[in-house]
Design a protein around this ligand. Structure first.
Ligand code: DCP
Ligand code: MG
Length: 435
């Protein structure tokens, strides 16, 4: 009856969070189509036209060939459009590592890029293809490690903590497997940082780019993180960085040496406290698999500014349509919300919002319309309006959050005395509200 071996209690595994970022993503996707460009400086940006020119020249030179699909890899390199003759206002979305050696990079004007590297090949972005490859590499990761947070077209966070093998060599083994699988599925390389949290993992994925893996442990903070400039913190933008520099704080280590209170005093209660935490490498945000929306909204900017009285019919129609669209969005995703609000932008660009919180959840268009209409009565409608929006917040997924089933019933709203007295003229806009 006695069990021969008593199992020691299994320790809580250390949190191992990976950040994965594809290498020169838009450019690498183009190189799959045109492998003859491998190793050459290639810049992605601008419009379709120059590539069209290339095909026109090709058809002229080789009238017997199709130059589509499988033949793309046989286009001679000299036919590709070059950056040198570029004139225009386009910007580079990215560049191959060969082009980066000349100083060309994301967000740079193409004319500047042309001065730095005139011989670079210029190709347009094929957004549809980028999205297809993006889905493909993310699905590949999910088959290996299911807890994946989507962070845009070419990056994700992955929670390795509970994945079998996720702790081996502190995550390196799993990172290698993911790199290999992505390469097999797409032909593309990526870089991965594995660390105790998202904050550090994000920095670590840049350490060994391209096609690299870097592992950062808690006690690497001083050696690997503190020497980095503050700008490497995801959340420290150019403005905050300039202000930090103004105080003589250039590196994360220098940031960590400031008192929390000093940071709060100079950068505000929440940002200051956050700066302190991140400089000490602390971050306990979970990897969120599917971002649950906080609210859903629809808004529209009018072709010309509208007036509540003079354009009453047009505004009323648009307003009803917005409410119906939000209701459709909620229903199609299975949500219901409790807070209903409106947003207006006046002709002077001032924005006002008003909302009301109900005692029940709803996704019913008529209820949203009625409550949003009451919110509108609480704003100044004498000014012309540029934009109108409707928002439903405090969302739940009925049935998954333990909400009572009565959530969809629409209870009649009793306007507060303030609704009635303050902006009675607003009834002109939504006369049916009084009915
Ligand atoms: N992108 C863009 N405009 C920018 C920056 C990026 O359109 N200003 C696009 C093109 C990039 C993709 O997003 O290929 C991913 O951005 P990254 O910052 O990850 O850059 P890359 O993947 O190109 O290069 P790296 O190897 O440095 O990650
Ligand atoms: Mg990238």
């Amino acid at each position: 009856m006695l069990s021969p071996v008593s199992q020691p209690p299994s320790p809580t595994p250390t949190r191992r969070i990976a950040h994965l970022d594809m290498d020169a993503f838009f450019a690498s996707v183009e190189l799959l189509r045109y492998p003859q460009l491998k190793g050459l400086p290639v810049v992605i940006g601008g419009g379709r036209r120059r590539e069209d020119d290339m095909f026109a020249r090709l058809r002229e030179a080789y009238p017997e060939r199709e130059w589509t699909g499988a033949e793309l890899d046989r286009i001679p390199v000299e036919f590709f459009p070059r950056l040198e003759s570029y004139v225009g206002r386009g910007v580079a979305t990215t560049a191959t590592y060969a082009a980066r050696q000349f100083g060309v990079g994301s967000a740079m004007g193409l004319m500047k890029a042309a001065r730095l590297c005139p011989q670079a090949i210029l190709l347009p972005v094929d957004f549809e293809e980028m999205r297809r490859i993006s889905r493909l590499f993310k699905n590949t990761i999910r088959e290996i490690a299911p807890v994946v947070e989507d962070r845009g077209v070419d990056e994700v966070y992955i929670d390795f903590t509970h994945v079998p093998g996720g702790q081996r060599e502190n995550g390196r083994v799993l990172a290698r497997l993911i790199q290999k699988s992505i390469f097999q599925a797409t032909g593309l390389t990526c870089s991965i940082g594995v660390a105790p949290n998202k904050l550090i993992a994000k920095m670590a994925s840049e350490f060994n780019k391209p096609n690299g893996i870097s592992i950062v442990q808690t006690d690497d903070l001083q050696g690997l993180i503190w020497p980095l400039p503050c700008r490497k913190i995801n959340g420290v933008g150019p403005k905050a960085d300039a202000k930090l520099q103004g105080h003589g704080i250039h590196t994360i280590g220098e940031l960590a040496q400031r008192e929390r209170g000093w940071l709060v005093e100079h950068f505000g209660k929440s940002y200051g406290a956050w700066l302190h935490e991140v400089s000490w490498g602390r971050d306990d945000r979970p990897v969120q698999t599917e971002s649950e929306p906080v609210s859903m909204s629809r808004e529209t900017t009018f072709e010309r500014d509208l007036h509540a009285v003079r354009d009453r019919a047009a505004l009323g129609t648009i307003f009803t349509r917005l409410c119906e669209q939000v209701a459709e969005d909620l229903s199609s995703k299975g949500y219901a919300g409790k807070t209903i609000g409106v947003k207006l932008r006046y002709d002077n660009f001032q924005i006002v919002t008003r909302d009301v919180t109900l005692d029940h959840f709803t996704s019913d268009a008529a209820t949203i319309r009625r409550q949003a209409g009451l919110c509108l009565k609480r704003v100044d409608l004498d000014r012309r309006i540029r934009l109108l929006g409707v928002r439903v917040g405090k969302l739940v997924k009925p049935g998954t959050e333990g909400e009572p089933p009565a959530v969809y019933s629409a209870s009649p709203h009793t306007p507060t005395p303030r609704d009635k007295t303050r902006h009675d003229h607003n009834d002109l806009l939504f006369p049916e509200l009084d009915g």
